[in-house]
Write a protein that binds this ligand. Sequence first.
Ligand SMILES: Cc1ncc(COP(=O)(O)O)c(C=O)c1O
Length: 393
Amino acid sequence: MKYDFETLIDRSNKGSGKWQEMKAINPDVPVGVAPLSVADVDIKLAPEIQEGLIEFLKDDPVLGYTSPKDDYYDAVINWMKNKFNYHVEKDWIVLSNGIVPALGDGVAAYTEATDGVIIFTPVYYPFYKAIENNGRKVVKCPLINNDGHYEIDFDKFEELAKQTENTLLILCSPHNPIGRVWTKDELTKIAQICLENNIIILSDEIHEDLTMPGFTHTPIATISEEVENITITCSAPSKSFNIAGLQGSNIIIKNPELREKLTSQQGKKGFHSLNTISFEATRLAYSKGEAWLDEFKELIYTNYQLVVDFINKNLPKVKVTPLEGTYLMWLDFRAYGLTYQELEKRMQHANLYLDEGYVFGKEGQGFERVNIATPTKVLQAALDRLYEEFKGE
Ligand SMILES: Cc1ncc(COP(=O)(O)O)c(C=O)c1O
């Protein structure tokens, strides 16, 4: 590999919440143990971004208010075109300081006080908050766990969509935490149901670049013009290039009416633009980061295979959910018959700091979400500790 994916960066003194949380649980956690929870990555930044930012600060140290220049928009537009065959125009791009804020803004902008918002559960926990914090109703459409392969319950979805008080779907595509990359057929069915029932689609595609070999991400907006007209695509380089701390996100909305509703909601909070460094990092990522991203995906796939092989061989009671996209694995420990509280304790006892499945909804009880984007040796050591904890049971 050309890039360094083997050095673990200890972030316990760098303001990382997940490292601090781990140290709070166990102040004596051994060196080399890393938390495998929150979706960011303790490896080196792509040198193209690091060196590019250093150059940027050397050349142009004025950090006053900045608007994105055409080269920013060109980088985003070209990435969407080249990676997903998604035609995007400059005017369609609404800036947001993160996808989570955009989800909250979207809920406020596109729904009324008594409306319900549909989500496919288990799902990334801030989806619940985006709905609840705006006083709207969470309408769960639980995914069907078909022997480890998750599928959408289309009958249930249609039934919920038909209820006129449900007006918005927040889609997670690819889906965190169950690792599905929705197929074009599935997305077409989702979109059809939304079109027939006047449901707006707020599509969180933050994991769009992180697909495993054989799987292709389709932005739902590319299904048809009609679908594009009811879709808000939430896109960002933050997961793909590990620059989430910069918060730069692009919310792509072709429909001018929907776009105006979102920007007006952002305006109510006083949001007007992103920070200067974030524009440059996004531009660098999308124009110079592709080779790094390719190797990053290789690391994820290698690590995924390691987990599958290790668990199948040593801990066959754990069921591995196939990983199609994201770097978040979803492991089913229900065969051990532990309560979710007991399971959490066992993980901590093994010095494993993962995301507990229950935080993604009650369907996640008995599951663990593991962030596998870490140096392979760190993951191997975590698997060894897992084995020590559960061997013979
Ligand atoms: C599905 C999903 N959406 C959004 C985010 C976070 O977005 P942001 O940091 O841009 O608010 C994450 C982070 O894990 C995520 O998995």
